[in-house]
Design a protein around this ligand. Sequence first.
Ligand code: URA
Ligand code: SF4
Length: 205
Amino acid sequence: MDDRLKSQNGPDGPKDAEWENLYNQCQECKKCSLHLTRTNLVFGVGDRKSKVLFIGEGPGEQEDIKGEPFVGRAGKLLDDMLAMIGLDRSRIYIANIVKCRPPNNRDPNTKEQEACFDWLNRQISLIDPKIIVCLGRIAAMKLIREDFKITREHGKWFKYGNIDIMAIYHPSALLRDPNRRPETFVDLKALQKKISQLCPESLSI
Ligand code: URA
Ligand code: SF4
């Protein structure tokens, strides 16, 4: 088994095989031109049996090198944000809208997002989360509403099928504009409350 799958929990019958199968298929993906410039595909990280799923935009430079989401500066801030509400990346799952790095960290375009979406949806159905957190506007526009406005609608609850979903500012946006941190803290507290209602086992405090 690939090293990046080893942090997963123990056997879970057919679902484990399905997950591994999905991972293996995804590693071969050439469905959009981002495969041409990636170093590593970034499938996701964490506990795939967690009920809490965070979804970012796409890999940056460090993520592309390591094959793991949120390992650069934004990732460090994400870890701090998680710690503030008793979460840890080993007890949640983290993925992105696109799995290969857009060159120069540009936004993934609609075609790329569309091409990659099936992988994410298959991950979502195997994870079967109770809560999804969109990190930033790209994930929110894909998963909540095409015309989602992060400035007005961050911290509010929506539905993705029967899953509760909320968007918060992307950690990179918080690095650029620290003034947004206090409102993000309020959103994180609302998230903590929801997790304690729906799946308290995800919290380590
Ligand atoms: N930004 C993202 O949206 N995802 C990552 O994995 C890293 C940075
Ligand atoms: Fe495939 Fe997604 Fe990578 Fe495009 S970004 S090549 S769809 S895995």
